[in-house]
Design a protein around this ligand. Structure first.
Ligand SMILES: Nc1ncnc2c1ncn2[C@@H]1O[C@H](COP(=O)(O)OP(=O)(O)OP(=O)(O)O)[C@@H](O)[C@H]1O
Ligand SMILES: [Mg+2]
Length: 473
C-alpha cells in the first residue's frame, strides 16, 4: 500500500475497539466446540455477546425446570434468575457464580480479547456433587410443590464442583481467545487488502482524471497549432507570391537588362521563394487534413493518366540523377473514384522520395493494378471478419532500389516533420511533411498506405484505395 488508509480505519482494525464477537467467530464451529464440552461434562453451555445476544447454544434437556415452569410463580422466579445470571458481572478473575432458587448453580466466564470484554460463557444449571434442592424456598413460592418429584429431577442435573465449572469456563474462554486471534488476523489481512485495493483504485482514478485533463489540454493545443499553421501559411502565401512574381519579372528583364551575376542572384531568390511556397502549401494542406476541412473533389479518374503525369514530372530530376523510371499500369484497370489532383499529389510525393533516396544507376518503378482488398476488421471476433466480403481496390506500388527504410522507422516516417536520422536523408533536404500529407490524403479516400522492403534493396510504398465508388471505364 503506498499511502496509508485513513487513520480511523487502521485504529479500528488494530485496536479492535469496535470489533464485535459475532463478526469474528464462525458460529457453527464454535457451537460444535461447545457441544463437545457439554457432551464431556454434561453441563449446558451458552455464549452471549457483550450486548446479551445469544450467539451459540449447547443446552441440555432440563426436566426439573420444565416441571417447575408449570407453576406460574415459579416460572416468573426462574425467568428472573436467568436475567440476573445473564447480567452477572464477573470479578477481576473473569469468573462469577450464582445459585438459583432451586439450589442449582450457574457459572459465568468472561470472554476477553485484546483487553476488551467481548461477551460471556454461561455454564449451568448444574448441581454440586451430593447437593439437594432448596425445597423450602420453592414451596414458599408454590405451596402445591411435588417435593419428591422435585428431588428426583434435581438428581438428574449434571453434578460438577464449582471448581470444575470454573475450569471449564476459563478453558472455553482461552480457546475462544485463540480462535479470535486467528479470525482477527484473517479479518485484518482482508481489511488491509481491501483498503489497499481501494487506495490503488483511488490513485488510478486520480491518474485517469489527470490524464483526461492533460488530453483535453493537448487536444486544445493541437487545435490551436492547426489554426496557427493555417493562418500563418495563408498570410505568408500572399507576400511570397509577390516575391516570386517580381523576381520572375526581373529575370525576364521587364525592369531592364540584368547583368549575368544579377540574374543569377534573382534566379536564386525565385527558386528559394518557390521552395518556400511549396512548404507553405504543404503546411496548409496538413492543417486542413488535420482539422478535417480539406474538401476533396472526387470524380471517376483514370489511374493511367495520373501515373503518366507523375512520371513526366519527376523525369527531369531522375534523368539528372541517372535513375531509371519504369511505369506499369494494368490495362483493364477501372477508373478510380478519387480527387485526381490529390491522388496525383500522393503519387508525386512518393515518386519524388523514391528518386531522392535512390543513388545513381538505380531504378524507380510506378505500378497500378486491380487487387482484392482485405476487409477492415469490424471487431475482435474473427467470425465477423470472415463474414465480410473482400472488396476490389486499386493498388499503386512505388518501388525504388535506394537506401531503404529500416523496419523500426516505418511507422514514424508518416509523422509530420519526421525524417530518418541518417546523413543520407539529411543530405537530400526536404522538411519531412510529404509522407504525413500522403497518409492523411490516402485515409481521406478510405484507403491505406504501407511500406515494404524491396529486393535486394530499397523501399516499396503501397497505396490501396477501395473501388466501391468506381464506374468501369
Ligand atoms: N523511398 C524512400 N527511401 C528511403 N527513405 C525514405 C523514402 N521515402 C521517405 N523516406 C524517409 O522518410 C522521411 C520522411 O519522408 P517525407 O516525404 O515525409 O519527408 P522528406 O522527403 O524528407 O521531406 P519533404 O517530403 O517534406 O520534402 C524521409 O526524410 C526519409 O528519411
Ligand atoms: Mg518527401
Amino acid at each position: 500500500m503506498t499511502a496509508a488508509a485513513g487513520p480511523g480505519l487502521i485504529d479500528e482494525l488494530v485496536l479492535g475497539s469496535t470489533l464485535k464477537l459475532e463478526e469474528l467467530i464462525d458460529r457453527k464451529a464454535l457451537a460444535e466446540l461447545m457441544e463437545s464440552v457439554r457432551d464431556l461434562f454434561r453441563v449446558p453451555v451458552r455464549l452471549y455477546s457483550e450486548e446479551g445476544r445469544l450467539l451459540a447454544d449447547a443446552g441440555a434437556e432440563n426436566q426439573l425446570y420444565a416441571q417447575l415452569s408449570e407453576s406460574r410463580p415459579l416460572r416468573v422466579a426462574l425467568e428472573e434468575i436467568v436475567q440476573r445470571v445473564k447480567n452477572l458481572a464477573p470479578g477481576p478473575d473473569g469468573i462469577a457464580r450464582m445459585s438459583c432458587i432451586t439450589g442449582a448453580r450457574y457459572c459465568v466466564a468472561r470472554v476477553e480479547y485484546d483487553g476488551h470484554s467481548m461477551g460471556r460463557f454461561i455454564l449451568g444449571p448444574y448441581a454440586l456433587p451430593g447437593g439437594t434442592p432448596d425445597v423450602a424456598a420453592l414451596a414458599a413460592l408454590e405451596p402445591e410443590l411435588d417435593a419428591p418429584r422435585t428431588t428426583e429431577l434435581f438428581g438428574k442435573l449434571p453434578a460438577v464442583t464449582d471448581e470444575l465449572a470454573t475450569q471449564i469456563g476459563a478453558h472455553l474462554s482461552r480457546m475462544l481467545d485463540l480462535v479470535l486471534f486467528s479470525e482477527h488476523r484473517a479479518l485484518l489481512t482482508s481489511q488491509m487488502h481491501l483498503a489497499s485495493v481501494r487506495e490503488s483504485f483511488r490513485e488510478l482514478e486520480d491518474k485517469s482524471k489527470k490524464l483526461e485533463s492533460a488530453y483535453t489540454k493537448l487536444t486544445e493545443l493541437d487545435r490551436l497549432k492547426s489554426n496557427f499553421l493555417a493562418t500563418m501559411s495563408h498570410e505568408l502565401r500572399t507576400p511570397l507570391t509577390s516575391i516570386i512574381g517580381y523576381s520572375e519579372m526581373l529575370v525576364e528583364g521587364l525592369a531592364g537588362e540584368l547583368s549575368a551575376e544579377q540574374r543569377d542572384f534573382v534566379q536564386t531568390i525565385r527558386e528559394k521563394g518557390e521552395q518556400l511556397l511549396l512548404l507553405i502549401k504543404g503546411l496548409l494542406d496538413l492543417s486542413k487534413l488535420e482539422s478535417g476541412t480539406m474538401s476533396l473533389r472526387k470524380d471517376h479518374v483514370e489511374a493511367a493518366k495520373i501515373v503518366k503525369d507523375v512520371i513526366s514530372t519527376v523525369q527531369p530530376h531522375a534523368l539528372k540523377k541517372d535513375v531509371r523510371l519504369i511505369q506499369s499500369v494494368d490495362p483493364g484497370l477501372p477508373r478510380v473514384f478519387a480527387d485526381g489532383e490529390r491522388l496525383g499529389q500522393v503519387l508525386l510525393n512518393l515518386a519524388e522520395n523514391a528518386v531522392k533516396f535512390t543513388p545513381p544507376g538505380g531504378t524507380v518503378s510506378l505500378e497500378a493494378k486491380l487487387v482484392r482488398m482485405d476487409p477492415e476488421p469490424l471487431g475482435t471476433q474473427h467470425g465477423m471478419v470472415l463474414l465480410a466480403t473482400k472488396r476490389s481496390g486499386v493498388e499503386f506500388r512505388v518501388a525504388d532500389t535506394g537506401i531503404g527504410i529500416p523496419e523500426n522507422e516505418r511507422a514514424r516516417v508518416f509523422d509530420a516533420f519526421y525524417q530518418v536520422d541518417g546523413s543520407s536523408t539529411r543530405e537530400q533536404g526536404g522538411t519531412g511533411l510529404g509522407l504525413s500529407i500522403v497518409k492523411r490524403l490516402v485515409e481521406a479516400h478510405d484507403g491505406n498506405v504501407s511500406i515494404e522492403s524491396n529486393q535486394p534493396a530499397g523501399t516499396v510504398f503501397v497505396v490501396r484505395l477501395p473501388l466501391r465508388h468506381t464506374s468501369l471505364g
